[in-house]
Design a protein around this ligand. Sequence first.
Ligand code: FE
Ligand code: FE
Length: 271
Amino acid sequence: MKRGWRLLFVLIISSNISAVREYEKNERTCVQELYYQNHMHQTVQFVQAQHRKYLSLNHGIMSVWEALERSNEIVDDSDPDLDLTQINHAFQTAQAIRADGHPRWLILTGLIHDLGKVLYLFGEPQWAVVGDTFPVGCAYANSIVYLEFFKENADYHDPNYQTKYGIYKPQCGLDTVLMSWGHDEYLYHVVKEYVPAQAGYVIRYHSFYAEHKAGSYAHLLNEYDLQMMEWVKLFNQYDLYSKSRELPDIKKLTPYYKELVTEFFPQKINW
Ligand code: FE
Ligand code: FE
């Protein structure tokens, strides 16, 4: 690339990057409140209780498409960038991935990645559904947003949970790590038997910014994580930069996406 073009390219990319996830400048104070509650309540004990409550998938039987339509009732309070409903974000993400010629499983991942937010419709508060995720049971990385709010968390005062490795072993692999509870972990368990492993992995860790953006938990990752995390990084570009006020033509796009969903999922699945 010629130097001038490269500079322009870098400028465009960096101006884009500074335009998203600006927590300090955002005017939606609900973002701060959400992270205050999230960091106070996401303990090892809470995460284990949510696993017992949800991972047997006994909260309803519904099609992926129904979940997508119901997600139209949700606005994500943790998103400092946009207050559009989730169905628009689902289509925008999928369409951006599709436009770049990526495989069908990745387009599907774009469409469904946030469907775990139906937890909100099951009565969970936003702090237990959305926001960046992080491992519980070990020290909090400096790269986690609103780090200061952890002072209110019971685990913060338990020395066993505040060492670098905490309850984990070096390079143990994320599969054995308890992540703060939210839509990522939940949806992973809902869809894992229907989608390729890469899709499941992207869904499970797409909000783990402290790792996929900052690399703060490399000491817990194994070889498998290192490989899979590349998909998460690729996916994140679409999750963030496809957000726009220009609404996708959902009606026109529906036949294509219904067919895509049918390719991977049976009529109804357990939630
Ligand atoms: Fe998400
Ligand atoms: Fe998203």
